[in-house]
Design a protein around this ligand. Structure first.
Ligand SMILES: [Zn+2]
Length: 315
């Protein structure tokens, strides 16, 4: 009898302690003060501090947010998804999003490694802005949202270039300088923008481009040379016949190259090979990463799937 009384007494004490602890946690968790120490790991304060638009100086910086265990878990998921997520583009099964890391980092405006909590934090801010679940995980939903953002920035009007809009660029601008005149045509403003962009790249010593003079690439330099510009319907048809397996992600029936505003530029490796192993080399080159950061200021937008393909979208 007395033994069971002791047990009940112990049990009551345990319950009392548990309730006291629970109440304590509960009242702290419901605190309206985001600066209460010890609650930064709770969901509410983290979400609040992700709202960078508030601009409050007392808010912890984004670097404080990234320490959250929520984003540590997201970072682990991102590390796996970057190489393993299955998705569809151009009617073809795709695996992982690691090939798009430079574009994703630019979109999220972050320099953090994709496997870090900092990246997950930046992603969650972007997700929130897009009305997506701000979980910091680059899942299928977020990936498709990014693809649609990138695709939405491309040339919409793919009308055939008027002959008067096209100029014939010098052979020295081309990856293959033996290309005949009719395959060296570029839309006028696009060519001007291209030359300005190349001059800027040439002036950037971090790229180490081989120059013939100020702003001019040397004949030996391959990077940023034009592989392909304006294509006639006939030429595109010939390319399609020669690569019947290119698929809809490859040689489009309605190609942006018809406008004369799309340029394929050399960014490394096999110039225009969409195999993941090839693109993995291209997206790591300094030149490609420079384009991702700088091409937009010259009016060019990327085609996310082909690191070499850039479209002049300024009117
Ligand atoms: Zn192209």
């Amino acid at each position: 009898m007395s033994h069971s009384r002791v047990q009940i007494a112990v049990l009551l004490v345990v319950i009392a302690v548990c309730m006291a602890l629970f109440n304590g946690i509960g009242s702290r968790g419901q605190s309206r003060n985001p600066d209460t120490p010890g609650v930064r790991t709770a969901v509410k304060p983290v979400l609040k501090s992700m709202d960078s638009s508030s601009g409050s100086e007392s808010e912890p910086s984004n670097k404080a947010v990234v320490a959250s265990p929520i984003f540590a878990e997201a970072a682990t998921s991102n590390m796996q998804l970057s190489t393993q997520i299955n998705w569809i583009f151009g009617g073809t099964q795709q695996q992982g999003w690691y090939l798009y890391t430079p574009l994703i980092s630019r979109l999220l405006n972050t320099e953090h490694d994709t496997a870090s909590a900092g990246f997950a934090g930046a992603l969650s801010q972007w997700q929130e802005k897009c009305g997506l679940n701000p979980n910091g995980v680059l899942d299928e939903e977020s990936l498709y949202a990014m693809v649609s953002d990138w695709q939405g920035r491309r040339i919409k009007d793919r009308s055939y270039a008027e002959p008067g809009q096209l100029i014939t660029a010098p052979a020295s601008d081309f990856y293959d300088p033996s290309r005949p005149d009719e395959l060296r045509q570029v839309q006028r403003e696009t060519y001007r923008a291209y030359k300005a962009m190349v001059a800027a790249a040439a002036a950037d010593p971090s790229l180490g481009l081989d120059l013939a003079g100020p702003g001019e690439l040397s004949p030996a330099e391959k990077y940023l040379k034009i592989i392909s510009a304006f294509r006639s319907h006939e030429y595109q048809e010939r390319l399609r016949r020669e690569s019947p397996n290119a698929g809809s992600a490859g040689l489009a029936v309605n190609s942006p190259h018809f406008t004369g505003r799309a340029l394929d530029l050399y960014v490394g490796a096999d110039p225009v090979d969409t195999r993941d192993s090839n693109r993995a080399i291209q997206v790591k080159t300094h030149v490609y990463q420079w384009l991702v950061k700088n091409a937009e200021s010259f009016g060019f937008q990327p085609y996310f799937y082909e690191p070499w393909h850039w479209e002049y979208v300024k009117k």
